[in-house]
Design a protein around this ligand. Structure first.
Ligand code: GAL
Length: 482
């Protein structure tokens, strides 16, 4: 984990199905309606005045990753015909109502809407931290998007996190760190756009970035008071995505940058982290109307590559489903697949981000992925769960045993659900989903195991996966038979 000193998030107390942001008919970020978001930046006038110095040191992570132990996925489990239909009073009707209010996207935009499905990409922080970020690394990731099939799988944003900058010039304009980025950010944007990808960057609504506040990166200056100029600078450089990280700034400053981005006319996806000290700011517990402020917001403190951390963020996110929808998503933080979790845990982590309609922002070294990591990150059927056009965030519909959960996500298409049978515990277990828990009619439904890429046939009323391994997920697509 590479975060700095922010307090732990707190689970929200409101777990009802109602939408606390009932007026959230759309996201606050207009796409501006002009220009393709992948257009390359003009480099004219983009040169900066000074060479800049190398960054001051702060501990960054090495890019090392361990692929960990293998494991097998439970794909078995007989359909238990008809036996358990209707057996779970109280948990039915999960998908009926209860999610009103958060639909719609990109108010006032012309033709383009941003984030109609959760963003997919890569970010430098988890693997490279502050010291490891540079132009060569970022270019190699863009290359790897193509070489590994990540781009074909849907990943598009190549994102620079903290520590790309070197203060401001005499006119107040942000400078990139010329030791790290000798060709400059506009040239890097052009390189990334040339591959049909998009580029993201990092700033904060304070005078310092988090790396400056907590890690000694003194060149990390924030955007507060400079929002208009910084947004224009980003637009002129060809930036497509901004991660705006609170870092002890004021919550009210998030709307200032939203408006500054909008005023540039360039579609720039707006990802915010509105939490640091004290309770985290979530849709059910925040003075900001998050869906009207940003395309995506962090709901908890920084992830790290440990199973307990994956669990912590799932638990922080599980009651936030009503705030998510096209154009505005909960963000349980970036992926740690390939950074130290074993392969079974990596698949479970990815499965749960998919069923939560979370952003799929990878955080590993894409140039050194194991076969298992690559297979996890590029699994088309699992990605399709995350990217489903209905934009529902899945939720827990049953807890059939200690450390056992059944999650369901309403999918586009009639009577279609993605279902995660989630074993959080340390021993393997059988897990059953009942149609009544997921709002499907009592009759027959087809069941497909997405990781096994296997149709399991029709089941009536319920389905049981047997021997679901510890720390794993059986991910199913269940469709009622006509
Ligand atoms: C943290 C943030 C991390 C990373 C870091 C950079 O506040 O949660 O994701 O951006 O700052 O300094």
């Amino acid at each position: 984990m590479l975060g700095f000193g922010c307090a732990e998030s707190r689970s929200p107390s409101n777990s009802s199905g109602s939408d606390a942001n009932a007026n959230a008919g759309n996201s606050g970020i207009s796409a501006g309606g002009s220009g393709a978001s992948s257009g390359s930046a003009s480099t004219a006038g983009a040169a900066q005045s000074t060479g800049g110095s190398g960054s001051s040191g702060m501990p960054g992570a090495s890019g090392a990753m361990s692929s960990g132990a293998g494991g097998t996925m439970a794909s078995g489990g007989a359909a238990s015909a008809g036996a358990k239909n209707g057996g779970s009073a109280g948990a039915s009707g999960m998908h009926a109502g209860g999610t009103a209010g958060a639909a719609g996207s990109s108010a006032g935009s012309g033709s383009t809407s941003l984030g109609s499905t959760p963003p997919m990409g890569w970010n430098s922080w988890n693997a490279y931290g502050c010291n490891g970020l540079n132009e060569a690394v970022v270019k190699s990731m863009a290359d790897a998007f193509i070489a590994t099939g990540m781009k074909d799988a849907g990943y598009e944003y190549v994102n620079l996190d903290d520590c790309w900058m070197d203060g401001r010039d005499a006119s107040g304009k942000l400078k990139w760190n010329a030791s790290k980025f000798p060709s400059g950010i506009p040239a890097l944007a052009e390189y990334i756009h040339g591959k049909g990808l998009k580029i993201g960057i990092y700033e904060t609504p304070n005078t310092k970035t988090c790396a400056a506040l907590y890690g000694g990166y003194t060149a990390g200056v924030g955007s507060v008071g400079h929002e208009t100029l910084d947004a224009q600078t980003f637009a002129s450089w060809g930036i497509d995505y901004l991660k705006y990280d609170k870092c002890q700034g004021q919550l009210s400053a998030f709307a200032v940058m939203r408006d500054a981005l909008k005023a540039t006319g360039r579609p720039i996806f707006y990802s915010i982290n509105p939490g640091d000290q004290g309770p985290f700011c979530t849709p059910t517990n925040c003075s900001l109307n998050l869906p009207l402020t940003a395309n995506m917001w962090r709901i908890g403190f920084d992830i790290s590559a440990k199973w307990s951390e994956v669990i912590r963020l799932i638990d922080a996110n599980k009651d936030q489903y009503a705030g998510a929808g096209p154009g505005h998503w909960n963000d349980p933080d970036m992926l740690e697949v390939g950074n130290g979790l074993n392969d079974v845990e990596g698949r479970a982590h990815f499965s749960m981000w998919a069923i939560m309609a979370a952003p799929l922002i990878t955080g590993n070294d894409l140039t050194k992925m194991s076969g298992a990591t690559k297979a996890t990150l590029t699994n088309a059927e699992v990605i399709a769960v995350d990217q489903d056009s209905l934009g529902k965030q899945g939720r827990v519909v049953a807890t059939p045993g200690t450390n056992l959960e059944v999650w369901s996500k309403e999918m586009s298409g009639s009577n279609t659900r993605a279902v995660a049978l989630f074993n959080r515990g340390t021993a393997s277990a059988s897990i059953t989903v009942q149609w009544s828990q997921i709002g499907l009619p009592a009759g027959a439904a087809s069941v497909r195991d997405l990781w096994a890429a296997k149709d399991l046939g029709a089941a009536t009323g319920s389905y049981t996966a047997t021997s679901v391994p510890s720390h794993s997920v059986v991910l199913l697509k269940i469709v009622s038979s006509p």
